[in-house]
Ligand binder design. Structure first.
Ligand SMILES: C[S@@+](CC[C@H](N)C(=O)[O-])C[C@H]1O[C@@H](n2cnc3c(N)ncnc32)[C@H](O)[C@@H]1O
Length: 259
């Protein structure tokens, strides 16, 4: 079904989908039959994220598999990947921590095919997606660094960690698509949103190679405490911001000399 019936567009528009024509085209492309299309439209009209209904999200030109409940990679996170690519050295060893679908790792490997990539997440549903999106990578299930092979100690050139960073008290303010359809584990960063980041920062010096970089997203308001979280573990931070992507990324570097 490539051309959506006008009734589908009207139904999506009535359900509040701003880009009803585009969504209808995508849903029609994903459905093999009219009955299947109606089932997808029902789900979308009931408020499921488009990416969950389709089963994939676009990220840096890739189609990334996204299962129900798994965090949908956000367009602004492409900026984090751009920052990472600008820092990549030859024979790169990279880790996508809190990988979700593995979108960041997949984009990195797509741009730098020789990369040795390791990815990990605590959520089994996310790990299952990441295994599909990173067929040549090593994907582990577990708490932060715990499942990574010890052989990576001191060898990681790029540590990408798009951790949950929404303060617990603000989860209720998120759009319903996130609040109701993405795992709480993927969103909730604790009282000030930085609980997971603090644990990532504490572990980073053991895993980073000398001169290696930890990159994570944060909000504008969280910049000062996030900088403090990395500085206290001996990392040297800088802030990169993009108005175009509405994104703030902190790049925290392990000094090249021994710590
Ligand atoms: C904001 S989502 C980001 C997912 C992915 N990096 C992206 O940008 O699309 C955060 C991810 O962290 C994972 N997570 C939360 N706490 C974790 C922990 N203690 N250890 C490993 N993963 C964790 C969640 O399951 C979720 O997939």
């Amino acid at each position: 079904m490539s051309l959506p019936p006008p009734a589908v567009v009207a139904r999506l528009r009535a359900a509040g989908c701003v880009f009803a024509e585009d969504e209808a085209r995508l849903l029609a492309g994903a459905a093999g039959t009219e009955a299947a299309l109606h089932a997808l439209v029902d789900r979308r009209a009931a408020g499921e994220p488009l990416e969950h209904v389709l089963g994939w999200a676009g990220f840096r030109g890739l189609r990334v598999a996204v299962d129900t409940g798994v965090f949908v990679p956000r367009p602004r996170t492409e900026y984090l990947v751009e920052q990472a690519l600008a820092l990549a050295a030859p024979d790169l060893v990279a880790v996508d921590l809190c990988c979700g679908t593995g979108a960041l790792g997949a984009a990195l490997v797509d741009a730098l095919p020789g990369t040795e990539l390791h990815a990990a997440d605590l959520d089994p549903a996310a790990v299952a997606c990441a295994r599909r999106n990173l067929p040549g990578g090593h994907v582990y299930e577990g708490d932060l660094y715990e499942p990574l092979p010890r052989a990576l100690h001191g060898r990681v050139g790029l540590l990408l960690a798009n951790v949950p960073y929404v303060p617990t008290g603000e989860i209720g303010l998120l759009p319903a698509e996130a609040r109701l359809h993405e795992a709480r584990l993927a969103l909730d960063g604790g009282a000030d949103g930085l609980d997971v980041l603090r644990r990532v920062a504490a572990g980073a010096p053991d895993w980073l190679a000398p001169g290696g970089h930890l990159l994570f997203e944060t909000s504008e308001r969280q910049i000062p405490p996030a900088l403090d979280a990395v500085v206290r573990h001996g990392l040297t931070p800088r802030v990169a911001q993009s108005a175009e992507w509405s994104a703030t990324v902190i790049i925290a570097t392990r000094p090249a000399s021994a710590m």
